[in-house]
Ligand binder design. Structure first.
Ligand code: AMP
Length: 397
């Protein structure tokens, strides 16, 4: 994990295991589960309130400010790895002391930095051997559009107050967005009917979100838009995302992150845009252990015809492996035989490379279930395969 973050230029930072309680209250937000219920807080000998860090972003921002790391122009990229503490009901995949690895990129508002953060996290998990990861993404807007939305939301929650749990009735008054964190079945039913934040986004936030999605498409990272994803921390602005490993069930989140353009200012610094991710290491280990034996089975099958096509197939395979496990058929058989093997191996997508494709410097990307197919130029083959896979995965669930 460290090596992967190194390769993207994220330098290591180590922050202390505890901080002033105020940092998390201000940074993470009073209405959040973390601050309201999950912090290990104690007084030191002088009566100062300290808290074992429940997350890594606010401490990194505090250290960035104190050490004047913003003096260097450009984006400051930092990685951390260490224990976090949350007073939570211990259960499989949820511990009171757990480890997180994370990356923070401080100093730019461009959507490509959001894309880089998602890319580094996906590459890191991919290099560990995890496949079939599901990225969920949403935009929670900037404080301006969120204020508009919170008024709409608060009004909708008044009408449905009878169906809400006690905590959510309180949240409706104090921090309505946090209702989306609730797991209670009756609140979940209400959440399904609530107005969506994306309908209140301003033009700039909409454009930012569209640019992030376009950047993910260009990298061939498949994702699902989840308009109800808010994440349990107040500091997020615009992009919020989570990466899940669906076979893990209830605790399937391997990590998440997003943009936090207001956090540096909330911690006493100058307005500074930033974006980051964190991933739970124990959760990643559980995912690795639970991978079915078929995890190595190819989802993408490249079927080349002829010597030149086989050479090009190896080139395309490098891109495609960033999307899903990919096998190149090097049996030198007719197309029909190659496609039969693809089928037997359980592949979802076939990438066909014949003479016509070579002439066009393109490949035919075929969904083996629906038969739907498109021709994509070589640099766009991975993105096309990712889109088809996302579409078939969507139908399967
Ligand atoms: P969060 O920022 O709360 O979404 O946490 C990021 C990731 O850390 C989660 O997706 C989990 O993988 C992991 N995580 C959070 N809380 C715990 C916990 N109590 N025990 C183990 N892992 C956790």
């Amino acid at each position: 994990m460290r090596g992967c973050l190194d390769a993207y230029g994220y330098a290591e930072i180590r922050t202390p295991m505890f901080e002033d309680t105020e940092l998390f209250v201000r940074g993470v937000g009073t209405g959040t589960d973390i601050v309201a219920k999950e912090m290990y807080t104690f007084n030191d000998r002088k009566g100062r309130s300290l808290t074992l860090r429940p997350e890594g972003t606010a401490p990194v921002v505090r250290a960035w400010l104190e050490n004047n790391l913003g003096a260097e122009p450009g984006v400051c990229r930092l990685q951390y790895l260490g224990p976090m503490f949350r007073y939570d009901r211990p259960q499989a995949g949820r511990y009171r002391e757990f480890f997180q690895v994370g990356g923070e990129a401080i100093g730019s508002a461009v959507p490509e930095l959001d894309v880089e953060i998602i890319d580094v996290m996906m590459t890191m998990l991919g290099e560990l051997g995890l496949r079939d990861l599901a990225v969920e993404i949403n935009s929670v807007g900037h404080p301006g559009c969120r204020a508009v939305y919170e008024r709409t939301l608060a009004a909708a929650l008044v009408v449905t107050a009878d169906e809400l749990c006690d905590t959510c009735r309180e949240r409706a008054r104090t921090n309505p967005l946090r209702v989306f964190d609730c797991k209670s079945p009756s609140c979940r039913r209400v959440i399904e009917r609530l107005p969506l934040l994306r309908d209140s986004l301003c033009a700039d936030c909409k454009a930012h979100h569209a640019a992030v999605l376009a950047g993910l498409d260009a990298l061939g990272i498949s994702y699902r838009e989840n308009p109800r994803l808010v994440r349990g921390l107040d500091y997020y602005t615009r992009t919020a995302f989570e990466v899940h490993y669906p076979p893990l069930g209830a605790q399937s989140a391997l990590g998440g992150g997003g943009r936090y353009d207001g956090l540096v200012e909330a911690c006493g610094g100058p307005p500074t845009p930033a974006v980051g991710f964190s991933s739970g290491i124990e959760r990643v280990l559980v995912a690795l252990e639970s991978q079915p034996a078929t995890a190595g089975a190819p989802r993408i099958w490249i079927a080349p015809l002829g010597d030149a096509a086989r050479r090009q197939a190896l080139v395309l395979a490098r891109d495609l492996r960033r999307v899903a496990t990919t096998e190149v058929d090097l049996s030198s058989r007719a197309l029909k035989a190659q496609l039969r093997s693809a089928d037997r191996a359980g592949a979802r997508i076939a990438v066909l490379l014949g003479d016509a494709e070579l002439d066009a410097r393109a490949a035919t990307v075929r969904d083996l279930r629906s038969g739907e197919q498109i021709q994509a130029p070589w640099p766009e083959v991975a993105a096309a395969a990712a889109r088809l896979l996302a579409a078939t995965d969507g139908k399967a669930t």
